[in-house]
Design a protein around this ligand. Structure first.
Ligand code: ADP
Length: 455
């Protein structure tokens, strides 16, 4: 594949071509003007000389008489005298002058010769001799070619210098104009090669506004990448940590029963532990898979018109109490519709209800409310709240519960969950253009409020 040309090269080439074209146009203009000036000067000299000589010829006693100061060659003009019939009577034609050039009274013109050209001016002079005669002035074309040659010579010496200077000048101007881009691409390259996303591009002082904007855009991108990279690192380390714990328990149980497992009861206990840990691992891998699918499948999210009221009511009715005596009270406004993915949205409601039950208190209450609220922007909002009167969340943990693997009190909650539910809930809500908020008071209970754009 052909390598694309660099902008610097293209600019230099363009600049050089433009300057060369400009020089060629100037040369052409100089040649045209100089030839015009030379021509008009030649006609002036010719006319002056011929007219000056007319009065110096007279007819005396039926023959022509030339005054003493009549000159057959002056100011480079050849004077020729012809008879009425056009026969040369006196004077000498310049070498290579076309002898049969027609006589035309009072018309200055250019007559091309074999090698050179000639300016010619004829006059019919009536006189007593043979009724009159022709007086012709011939001026060899001033050595126009020599002038042109000189101009060409000058230009052929100057032009290469001119083109070289234009090319070097163009190159430096292009280089200077594009240097911030090279700087930015170099800095971006070294950041990505060094894999140090904490580095930022700082342009030299006095850089152009556009370049500054470009550098800012790159820095913003690096900041976003750094964030994403850090989150990814955190997620991988959390996930492997979470998987390592049950794996070590399983391995420990296996080696214990291998060495010391004498009776059936010990085997049963070990298998029970192994079973629980394996279930936890399975749950964890399933949750991780779900999250990855959500991350990757943003565009594949179904967008159907669904009845959020019916969905909320059905989930509340089917909700398993998990063997706890917690009452559930649902107040659902009918006919609230929204656009979205029914499966994912049901996971939001189920997760919030399961948390309310998990972290609710024995004999406590869960309240679910769904209502329509007018929004300041166009349309209305579907507002879902899930409230419990359970253990609550301490204020300092409230903004962290959305993070993956975050649990307020992992040791007390052992076996309660994985700390992935709320982060998944939030992700689904955001993908549906909604918002989610948590309010809580330790020991008193929590309230989760989700808002979706309603149809
Ligand atoms: P988990 O699987 O641990 O429940 P979640 O992501 O669903 O993970 O919740 C994260 C943490 O937020 C929980 O570990 C718990 O400490 C806290 N939390 C969530 N919901 C409630 C609630 N209704 N009441 C009190 N704490 C809650």
């Amino acid at each position: 594949m052909r390598r694309p040309l660099s902008t610097k090269f293209k600019l230099t080439l363009w600049f050089t071509c433009f300057m060369s074209l400009l020089a060629a146009v100037c040369l052409g203009l100089i040649l045209i003007i100089s030839s015009r000036v030379a021509q008009s000067q030649a006609f002036n000299v010719l006319s002056m000389t011929v007219r000056g000589n007319i009065s110096k010829i007279s007819s005396v006693d039926g023959s022509l008489s030339l005054a003493g100061d009549f000159s057959f060659y002056s100011n480079d003009v050849y004077m020729l005298i012809y008879s009425r019939e056009g026969a040369l009577l006196s004077g000498q034609t310049p070498p290579s002058f076309p002898v049969n050039t027609e006589l035309e009274n009072g018309v200055s013109r250019f007559v091309p010769g074999e090698a050179d050209g000639f300016y010619v001016l004829d006059f019919w002079v009536p006189s007593g001799w043979e009724e009159g005669f022709w007086l012709r002035g011939v001026l060899r074309s001033p050595d126009r070619d020599q002038a042109v040659d000189q101009i060409f010579l000058i230009f052929s010496v100057i032009l290469p210098f001119f083109i070289l200077t234009a090319a070097i000048g163009g190159y430096f101007i292009a280089k200077r104009a594009l240097s911030p881009i090279s700087y930015i691409s170099g800095a971006a390259g070294s950041i990505s090669e060094g894999r140090d996303l904490t580095q930022r591009i700082s342009l030299p002082r006095g850089s152009d506004l556009e370049m500054q904007r470009l550098a800012d855009a790159f820095n913003h991108m690096f900041a976003r990448l750094e964030q994403a990279f850090e989150a990814e690192k955190q997620f991988t380390s959390d996930a492997s940590h979470e998987l390592r714990t049950p794996t070590s328990v399983i391995l420990a149980q296996c080696s214990f029963v291998e060495k010391h497992g004498d009776d059936l009861e010990e085997y049963r206990e070990a298998i029970d532990v192994i079973h629980r840990q394996a279930r936890k691992m399975s749950q964890l891998t399933q949750s991780l898979l779900d999250m990855t699918r959500l991350d990757l499948g943003t565009r594949q999210l179904a967008r159907e018109d669904l009845d959020l009221s019916a969905m909320t009511r059905d989930i509340c009715e089917e909700q398993d109490t998990g063997g706890r005596s917690i009452s559930l009270e649902a107040s659902v406004e009918e006919g609230i519709h929204m656009e979205g993915d029914a499966f994912q949205l049901s996971r939001v409601i189920i997760n919030l209800l399961e948390n309310a039950r998990k972290y609710g208190r024995e004999g406590g209450h869960i309240r679910v409310r769904l209502s329509r609220q007018a929004s300041r922007e166009d349309g209305s909002l579907a507002v879902l709240t899930v409230e419990d009167d359970g253990i609550g969340i301490p204020a300092e943990h409230l903004d962290k519960i959305w993070q993956r693997f975050y649990q307020v009190n992992p040791s007390r909650q052992a076996g309660a969950g994985l700390g992935l539910g709320l982060s998944m809930v939030r992700q689904i809500v955001l993908l549906h253009g909604g918002t989610i908020e948590a309010e809580s008071e330790e020991g008193k209970g929590s309230r989760f409020t989700v808002k979706f754009p309603a149809l």
